[in-house]
Design a protein around this ligand. Structure first.
Ligand code: HEM
Length: 433
C-alpha cells in the first residue's frame, strides 16, 4: 500500500491506525497499537516475541505496565523504565519466538549509541549519588497536598477569592508533582494525581507510554488529543488555515475545560463502549467533601467551589504543561527533517527545549515539569536527583553531536503560539551544520 506523503511518520513505517478513530482516547491508541505493532498478540521487544502473562502479577513495577501493553511493541518503554540490567536478563525465559515481521519503529538503541551509553553512565553514577533530595520531593508533595484541603476549606469559611485561587494553585502543583510519582512502581502518591479529575492510569498510557516514548510524532497522544482545537504538527492536512488562528482565541477556554473534558470523555467512553473508569476516579470528590465538613456551606455551594478550583487548576496546568518544553518552531515536530542519527535518546532531546529558568529550584522543577530532557530519558528517577546527572548528560551529548537547548517560560509561550501557526516543515535536520 502506498502511504500518502503527508502521512509518512518520521519514526515508524506506518501511519498510526488510532489517528483514524472518531474519538481519540487512550483506548483507541492502545487498540491501534495492537493492530500496527507486529507483536503477534503478545509483547514485542526488538525482534523477539515474549509471553509475560505469568509475570504480570510479579512485575516489581506493578501489574498495570505489563497488563495494558499486551499485543504491543514495548522496546523503548522497556529500556527507558529500567536502569538495572536485571530486567534484560529476565526476559529470556519468557521468549516465545522471533518476530515474523520487522519492527515498525525506526528509532534505534544501539549498544554504543547515545542513549545506551548515557544510560550506562547514569546507572554507574546512581551508585554514588546524593539521595537526600528525594526526601525533599516527598515533603514538597505532602505540603502541597495538605494545602489543597486547608485552602479549599478557608476559601469557604472566609468566602475568599484569594483562598480559592490558592486552593486551585495548590491543586495544580500537587497534580504536576504527583506526575513525578506515577512514572514509577505503584505508590500511594500517584493517587493524588487524580485529585485533578485526570487519572494516573490513563496518563500512564497517554503520557508515559505515548508522549514520553514518541514525543511530537503522530504517535504522541498529547498532540492528537488536542486536535483540532490546538494543533502543533506543521502540516496543512491536519491543521486547517482557520484552526491556526482560531486556536489562539479558543485556547484559554480549552485550557479551563481540559480537566473536565478528560473526565467527560472517559465517562462517555465507559457508557458507550467499555468501562474505563476506576474506583480512584472518585478521589476528586474528597475536595468538596472536605469543604462541606470544614465549613457551614450547603453541599451545592461546596460543589461549585470545587468546580471553580478545578477550572483554575486546569487552566494553570495547561499554561505550565503546554508551554513547558515541546512546542516551538525550532523544535522537531512530525514532518520536520529527521536527524541522521536515529538514536531514540537524541530524538528525545531534539523534541525538547528545557526551561532554564526553573533549574535552580527543586520546588519549581517539581511543580513546572522542569529538567524535562533528563526526565524524558529517565522517567523513573525522582526529579530531585536529576540535577546531579547534568555533567554526564552534557558530556555524552557533546560526544554524539546533540544539544540541550534552554529558554524561559515567556519564550516558550511565544514559541508555542508560533508553533500553532507553523505549517511549513523545517528542512534542516537537527544536528546538521
Ligand atoms: C512496558 C513495559 C514495562 C514497563 C513500562 C515497566 C515499568 C517499570 C517500572 C515503572 C518499574 C519501577 C521502577 C522504579 O520505580 O524505579 C519497573 C521495575 C522493574 N521491572 Fe519493569 N516494566 C516493563 C516491563 C518489564 C519486563 C518485561 C520485565 C522483566 C521480565 C520487567 C522487570 C522489572 C524489574 C526486575 C523491576 C525492578 C527494578 C529494576 O530492576 O529495574 N519490567 N518496571
Amino acid at each position: 500500500m502506498v502511504i500518502e506523503e503527508w502521512k509518512k511518520c518520521g519514526i515508524a513505517t506506518k501511519f498510526p491506525t488510532y489517528r483514524n478513530s472518531k474519538l481519540v482516547t487512550v483506548e483507541s491508541w492502545l487498540k491501534g497499537k495492537r493492530v500496527d505493532d507486529e507483536a503477534e498478540g503478545l509483547w514485542r521487544i526488538n525482534d523477539g516475541i515474549y509471553d509475560f502473562t505469568d509475570f504480570i502479577e510479579k512485575h516489581p513495577g506493578g501489574e498495570f505496565w505489563i497488563r495494558e501493553t499486551r499485543g504491543t511493541d514495548i522496546t523503548e518503554a522497556f529500556e527507558a523504565h529500567h536502569l538495572t540490567s536485571a530486567p534484560s536478563k529476565m526476559i529470556e525465559k519468557y521468549k516465545v519466538r522471533d518476530a515474523v515481521k520487522p519492527r515498525i519503529y525506526t528509532l534505534t538503541m544501539h549498544e554504543n549509541g547515545f542513549y545506551k551509553t548515557l544510560k550506562r553512565r547514569v546507572a554507574e553514577k546512581l551508585k554514588t549519588i546524593d539521595n537526600s533530595p528525594k526526601q525533599r520531593s516527598d515533603l514538597i508533595h505532602l505540603g502541597l497536598l495538605v494545602s489543597i484541603f486547608l485552602f479549599a476549606i478557608a476559601s469557604a469559611r472566609l468566602n475568599s477569592l484569594l483562598f480559592l485561587a490558592l486552593a486551585g494553585t495548590a491543586l495544580v502543583w500537587t497534580c504536576v508533582t504527583a506526575h513525578n510519582y506515577f512514572h514509577r512502581r505503584d505508590n500511594w502518591r500517584m493517587y493524588t494525581f487524580n485529585l485533578s479529575m485526570l487519572n494516573f492510569c490513563s496518563w500512564r498510557v497517554s503520557h508515559a507510554m505515548s508522549h514520553h516514548i514518541y514525543p511530537n510524532s503522530y504517535l504522541d497522544l498529547e498532540l492528537s488529543m488536542f486536535e483540532p482545537l490546538l494543533c502543533w504538527i506543521p502540516n496543512p492536512h491536519i491543521k486547517s488555515m482557520m484552526m491556526r488562528y482560531v486556536s489562539w482565541i479558543t485556547e484559554p477556554f480549552a485550557y479551563a475545560i481540559a480537566f473536565f473534558l478528560q473526565m467527560a470523555t472517559r465517562i462517555y467512553y465507559s457508557l458507550t463502549h467499555t468501562n474505563i473508569m476506576y474506583w480512584h476516579d472518585l478521589i476528586p470528590l474528597t475536595i468538596p467533601l472536605s469543604i462541606y465538613l470544614g465549613s457551614d456551606w450547603p453541599l451545592v455551594l461546596c460543589l461549585r467551589q470545587w468546580l471553580y478550583m478545578t477550572a483554575i487548576a486546569s487552566f494553570a496546568f495547561c499554561v505550565i504543561g503546554l508551554n513547558a518544553a515541546h512546542h516551538d518552531p525550532a523544535i522537531y515536530h512530525e514532518g520536520d527533517a529527521n536527524r541522521e542519527d536515529r538514536d531514540w535518546g537524541l530524538f528525545q532531546v531534539d523534541t525538547i527545549i528545557d526551561r532554564g529558568d526553573l533549574k535552580k529550584s527543586q520546588f519549581l522543577v517539581l511543580t513546572h515539569f522542569g529538567d524535562h530532557a533528563l526526565h524524558h530519558l529517565f522517567p523513573t528517577l525522582d526529579h530531585g536527583i536529576l540535577p546531579q546527572l547534568y555533567p554526564i548528560l552534557y558530556q555524552t551529548l557533546d560526544e554524539f553531536k546533540g544539544e540541550l537547548r534552554e529558554c524561559n517560560h515567556i519564550e516558550h509561550i511565544l514559541g508555542q503560539h508560533k508553533q500553532l501557526l507553523r505549517i511549513k516543515p523545517n528542512l534542516k535536520p537537527p544536528g546538521s551544520k
